[in-house]
Structures are given as structure tokens and as C-alpha cells.
Design a protein around this ligand. Structure first.
Ligand code: PBG
Length: 338
């Protein structure tokens, strides 16, 4: 029987705890760090003036009218956030079966792009290409009965992307998961003199339950008929993510994205290792909502969970993260609280 703890020693040649003993030492050996330059902030835009409308399922997230979005973009730039991603809440009266509002040059998102570009020229503007905010059925493409048409949809997406580029979007981000859309958009942009507009493809986008709060934010949750499994990926697949990404890179994607984030860290790692492309993770609405809900119930420390979830993306190989936490984490970084 042991008389006291001091009497036993394992004579280990390695003690990993040595490096962890002090805060300065933990800092010194830290492999990954968060930086404001890694962040992309998704913003929801709504018609009106002076509007800041809370999103029920996403605590602290709001829909902004254009004037307020400009203010937020300015704040983001001051926090050194390099880019924002814009998503419209389209008035239900403007939605139809073909998503025709998406092709109106003066629509909400195009006006937002030009207003932000003018007021905050130094922040990158990323714009989603997909029809779901504009369709009365909530699908990302044209419907024929229950089938989402591929090639016909792609033709419209090219037009949508061109309008966004004309309005001043820096990065076009096709999130629709139609086959061949990256190549078609690239050709369309080049033909109109937009060869410098970048494409960030939602390369591996899964048919996920974690998009629920986003659909609440853009008002498609209640209108969506069925699911998106015929175009978004099966969560059970990994090799297929490689094929999806290879195709998008081949067609001209400048950057690739994996979505959702935390449940798909293995996919981020595989894609980064396989292609060595600029690789982004989207910490989606449901991931944000889960952390916030648990934190608001006092079940987890929300701030610590936020930081841990974000560093996990860096560890998995992501170069950057789309996250609703972008301004919060950027502020912490700026104030030296990380
Ligand atoms: C739409 C789109 C979705 C998201 C980004 N673009 C939802 C969907 O595919 O239904 C989800 C983002 C999030 O959940 O935060 N094409």
C-alpha cells in the first residue's frame, strides 16, 4: 500500500503535461489560432428602412434593412472582418414558382450590394446564388412536378450571378447544388467581362437538418415542400464530397466550402488534404442555434463553446469560417480577450 503520493514515480521520458503547465507555455505550443481575417459574416437583409428584426430561432441575429446593413458592414470592416455574405428575406408577395424576382436588376439583394459597395468599398461582398429565397415552394431551382430541374435552373443561376456581379458582388457563391453550375457561371461571368469576380462554391453541401433556423430567417421554413435530398448531398457520404469538389474546381471554383461545419470536420480535412484549395467551413444556423440555446439555458458556457467550435474548424484544415459569431469573436480578438 502507498504511504504517500511522493513515493511513486513512473520515470517517464515524456510528460505531455509539462508543456501545459503554464498559460505562457500553452500559448507557445498552440498549433492553431483564430484571426479576424479568417471570418466571413452572413447577414440577413429585409426590405424597409431602419429595420432590425430579430430572428426567433437565432438569438442575437437580426434581419437588417439596407441602411442598417451598411452600418453593420462598416462595423465589420472596423473589426477587420474581410468579407460578409448576404442573404435576402424576400417578401412573400414577390415569390413565385420560377423565382422571377431573383432576375430583377433592382431587387433587394442587388440594391444591398451596391449600397454596401459604395459605403464600405474595402469589405468583400459574397452573394449566394440559388433560387430558394425567391420561389414560392422554397426549392433552390425550377420545379417540374416534384423534380428540381438541373440544366434549366443553371441557366437562371447564370443570370442571377451576372446581376449580382453587375451590382458589385466580389464573390459569387452558388449554394444550389445543381450539377455544372460553377462552369456555367464562370463562362457567363467571363463573357460579360467579369473575369475577376471570384467563385466560392458550396462544393460539399449536405441535405442537413441544421439549416432550419436559416430557413426561418429568410422565411422559407414554412413554404418548403418536401426536402432537398435530390440535389444536396447524403450525410452518409464522404467519397462523393471529393467528387463534388473536384468537379467544382475543374469548372473554375476559386475557393470551396463545406457545409454544415461541425458535423463534417472529417470532410473539411479530406478536402483540404486532397486539393490544397482555399477551403471554407460554414458553421450553419442550426449549429449556432444549438450553442445559443444550451447557453441560454445555462447548460453550457456559450462563449467557451463558441471559441472551441471555431478553433475546431482551423484544426480540421479550414482557411476560413462563415459564422454568425463573426462580429462577436472579432470583437473578442480586437479586445485581446482570446
Ligand atoms: C440556400 C442556403 C441555405 C443555407 C445557405 N444557403 C439553406 C438551404 O439550403 O436550405 C443555410 C445556411 C445556414 O443554415 O446557416 N441555398
Amino acid at each position: 500500500m502507498l504511504k504517500s503520493y511522493e513515493q511513486t514515480s513512473l520515470h517517464l521520458s515524456h510528460r505531455l503535461r509539462r508543456n501545459r503547465k503554464q498559460e505562457w507555455s500553452r500559448n507557445l505550443v498552440r498549433e492553431h489560432r483564430l484571426n479576424a481575417a479568417d471570418l466571413i459574416w452572413p447577414l440577413f437583409i429585409i426590405e424597409g428602412e431602419n429595420v432590425r428584426q430579430p430572428v426567433a430561432s437565432m438569438p442575437a441575429v437580426e434581419r437588417y434593412s439596407i441602411d442598417q446593413a451598411v452600418i453593420e458592414a462598416e462595423k465589420a470592416a472596423q473589426l477587420s472582418i474581410p468579407a460578409i455574405a448576404l442573404f435576402p428575406y424576400v417578401s412573400p408577395s414577390l415569390r413565385d414558382t420560377t423565382g422571377s424576382e431573383a432576375l430583377k436588376p433592382n431587387n433587394l439583394i442587388c440594391r444591398t450590394i451596391s449600397a454596401i459597395k459604395k459605403a464600405v468599398p474595402d469589405i468583400g461582398i459574397i452573394c449566394d446564388v440559388a433560387l430558394d429565397p425567391y420561389t414560392s415552394h422554397g426549392h433552390d431551382g425550377l420545379l417540374d412536378g416534384e423534380i428540381v430541374l438541373n440544366d434549366e435552373t443553371v441557366a437562371l443561376l447564370v443570370q442571377q450571378a451576372l446581376l449580382q456581379a453587375e451590382a458589385g458582388a466580389d464573390i459569387i457563391a452558388p449554394s444550389d447544388m445543381m450539377d455544372g453550375r460553377v462552369g456555367a457561371i464562370r463562362q457567363g461571368l467571363d463573357a460579360q467581362g467579369f473575369e475577376n469576380v471570384q467563385i466560392m462554391s458550396y462544393a460539399a453541401k449536405y441535405a442537413s437538418a441544421f439549416y432550419g433556423p436559416f430557413r426561418d430567417a429568410i422565411g422559407t421554413q414554412t413554404v418548403l415542400t418536401g426536402d432537398k435530398k435530390t440535389y444536396q448531398m447524403d450525410p452518409a457520404n464522404s467519397d462523393e464530397a471529393i467528387r463534388e469538389t473536384a468537379m467544382d474546381i475543374d469548372e473554375g471554383a476559386d475557393m470551396v466550402m463545406i457545409k454544415p461545419g461541425l458535423p463534417y470536420l472529417d470532410i473539411i480535412r479530406r478536402i483540404k488534404d486532397t486539393f490544397g484549395m482555399p477551403t471554407f467551413a460554414y458553421q450553419v444556423s442550426g449549429e449556432y442555434a444549438m450553442i445559443e440555446a444550451a447557453a441560454r439555458n445555462g447548460w453550457i458556457d456559450g462563449e467557451k463553446a463558441m471559441v472551441e467550435s471555431l478553433i475546431a474548424f482551423k484544426r480540421a484544415g479550414a482557411d476560413g469560417i462563415l459564422t454568425y459569431y463573426a462580429p462577436r469573436i472579432a470583437r473578442m480578438l480586437k479586445e485581446g480577450r482570446l
